[in-house]
Write a protein that binds this ligand. Structure first.
Ligand code: SAM
Length: 269
């Protein structure tokens, strides 16, 4: 993708683009053409995030595609495509979270995108990324918004890596989460050429600025690049701590809190 052109488009939309703390507080881009989408399609994205995806897709190179993992009802997918009819788009969701279905998503795509532009796969993302149905094209822009356990997040990058074009832009959502940040940090440390570009945090989830945080990376493939062979000890240790200890403890704590709340509600006054 044309990264320099993408950056200058971003500077037009957000004059504060080179000042990350100010950008993190920005409520909307200069051009409001995507402002109506969150009202039309239920989703988990803000106008800023939608514009960022849209600008990135507009700068795809020849033989490059946009790939999205985690579509829900299609808000980010439709907004990425809007006004970019030449872009070829591949996306997957297995509808394992929240309430949505392949039929609902397909209806949104039929209503809001030109026939043949978006290729949707009702699949677990690892299988989708291994199948790489866009081949022989490469991924110029990759948006990961699937599951956010440590393993999901790390695998979302690891399985996409063989398909990333030289200079690909990688956008990750929900990066306020500490396990997501940890997975991205480890990946950037382990994979030569995978470089952090932007890291915007928000005070909370559902923030009107950048939802639940967003990180951008650029992958510049070194001349002697070799795909990693399996996962490292660093990955195994972090996966155990984040997913088996931290996430499990949080789920248990939430389950107990909800039980207590419903018991208190049932108590006679
Ligand atoms: C936060 S939502 C996506 C929101 C969407 N990008 C938007 O802007 O409205 C996350 C989605 O990832 C999907 N997902 C979670 N784990 C997945 C997996 N292992 N494979 C494929 N999709 C997955 C969920 O079903 C859910 O629809």
């Amino acid at each position: 993708m044309d990264f320099a052109a993408f950056l200058s488009d971003c500077r037009v939309q957000w004059p504060e683009f080179d000042d990350p703390p100010a950008l993190a507080r920005s409520t909307h881009p200069a051009d409001r053409r995507l402002a109506g989408w969150p009202g039309k399609i239920p989703g988990m994205a803000t106008e800023n995030k939608l514009m960022l995806l849209n600008l990135a897709v507009a700068r795809l190179g020849a033989n490059e595609v946009y790939v999205e993992v985690g579509c829900y009802r299609g808000l980010s997918l439709v907004s990425a495509a809007a006004g970019n009819p030449a872009a070829q788009i591949y996306a997957c969701d297995n509808f394992s979270q929240f309430k949505s279905s392949a039929d609902q998503l397909r209806r949104a795509l039929a209503e809001h995108t030109p026939p043949g532009q978006v290729h949707f796969f009702d699949l677990e993302f690892r299988k989708f990324l291994i199948d790489a149905p866009w081949r022989p094209a490469k991924i110029g822009v990759y948006f990961y918004d699937g599951g956010h356990s440590f393993a999901d997040q790390y695998d979302g990058l690891r399985y996409a890596l063989p398909s990333l074009a030289d200079g690909a832009l990688v956008i990750v959502d929900d990066t306020n989460k500490r396990n997501v940040r940890s997975a991205n940090r480890l990946f950037a440390r382990e994979i030569e050429g995978f470089e952090p570009v932007l890291d915007l945090r928000t005070p909370r989830n559902h923030s009107p600025t950048w939802w639940n945080g967003i990180q951008l990376f650029r992958f510049r493939r070194p001349a002697d690049f070799a795909l990693p062979n399996g996962v490292t000890l660093g990955y195994r240790v972090r996966r155990f701590l984040w997913d088996d200890v931290f996430l499990r403890a949080r789920h248990n704590w939430r389950a107990q809190r909800n039980q207590l709340k419903s018991r208190l509600r049932r108590r006679p006054r």
